[in-house]
Design a protein around this ligand. Structure first.
Ligand SMILES: Nc1ncnc2c1ncn2[C@@H]1O[C@H](COP(=O)(O)OP(=O)(O)OP(=O)(O)O)[C@@H](O)[C@H]1O
Length: 303
């Protein structure tokens, strides 16, 4: 793991939904930290609590227990201005680029809006220059793309716009929740490469949420495995995947037919379609998973 100061950290955060017997513990005392210039992959099967973790970070949910720390200080405790700074610094890229863009607005509107909100001092010409720069970063031609509506774009272009929108306000942290799972296999690698470039060029801290160990390995220096609301294993990606300690991690890896195959091969022959991922997960014997989780210790997280 990195020894730089974390930008953002969850400190023993818990969140549950429902009451009594219907209570679901979506996050149980989870702790992790995001560092500049590094991607942390959060991997787990459907329902393990990954999106809940993202929503806690985006402050859509308040933790029942635990703290969200931004540059070492609790987010809730700061003055209003620091909350505004947090909202600018932490941006999200969603799974479905179509529903995250408003169909009645052009690309220009989608990129101008966050700048008007977060950088109101920018004059018209400066704003236009900032938008052109961010579109160039995501490898789209500003003149061609700005007047278009979401339905006039391909899935890959829409996801590039979502990334450009997140980048427009100069964020420090990107939360990417399954950003390629709804895209055609032929454009997934381009989006993953873009995330990698942004991380390196802009020193972003990235939380990459996925079902899929192969893409996690491609983008993330560090990995955490989540099961039933708990983080059961974490560490540097190569060491965790090369020598998984927790039985649940081993089970997840065993559900990938050949984890050593090159990512580009699996992406381009369509092996990583969402349907396949779900089929592989359902091939894991859930009663075995539950027994393993009940009978094995949960690895402690770093302080
Ligand atoms: N708003 C909510 N109200 C009630 N239960 C919820 C809510 N959000 C999540 N849950 C429950 O919490 C658990 C974790 O859900 P979460 O969406 O975080 O999982 P996930 O790992 O992101 O799954 P997926 O990959 O399918 O999106 C699930 O059992 C889910 O049903």
């Amino acid at each position: 793991m990195s020894d730089t100061t974390p930008i953002l950290a969850l400190d023993h955060v818990s969140k549950s939904f429902g009451r009594a017997e219907a209570r679901v513990h979506a996050a149980r005392s989870i702790s992790f930290a995001l560092h500049p210039g590094r991607t942390l992959a959060l991997v787990g099967e459907s329902g393990s609590g990954k999106t809940t973790a993202a929503r806690l970070i985006m402050r859509e949910y308040r933790p029942d227990e635990g703290r969200l720390l931004f540059r070492g200080s609790p987010v809730e405790d700061g003055p209003l201005g620091s909350l505004k700074a947090y909202r600018r610094a932490v941006q999200m890229v969603f799974q479905d680029p179509f529903s995250s863009l408003n169909p009645v607005h052009t690309v220009r509107y989608h990129l101008e809006r966050p700048l008007q909100l977060h950088q109101p001092a920018l004059k018209g010409a400066e704003r236009r220059a900032a938008i052109a720069e961010v579109l160039t970063r995501v490898k789209l031609d500003p003149a061609l793309i700005l007047p278009k509506y979401p339905h006039e774009l391909s899935g890959g272009q829409r996801q590039r716009i979502s990334i450009a929108r997140a980048l427009a306000v100069n964020p420090e942290v990107i939360i990417a929740d399954e950003p390629t799972s709804m895209l055609d296999v032929s454009v997934r690698l381009g989006i993953l490469n873009l995330l990698n470039d942004m991380k390196r060029q802009l020193g972003l801290a990235v939380l990459y949420i996925t079902h899929d160990i192969a893409t996690a390995r491609y983008v993330a220096e560090d990995i955490m495995v989540m099961y039933a609301g708990q983080i059961v294993e974490w560490g540097e990606t190569e060491s965790v995947l090369g020598n998984p300690q927790h039985p649940y991690t081993r089970l997840l890896l065993s559900a990938v037919p050949d984890p050593d195959r090159r990512l580009t091969e699996t992406l381009f022959d369509g092996e990583l379609s969402r349907v396949d991922v779900i089929r592989r997960q359902s091939a894991i014997d859930q009663s075995e998973v539950r027994e393993i989780a009940a009978n094995h210790f949960i690895r402690p997280m770093p302080a």
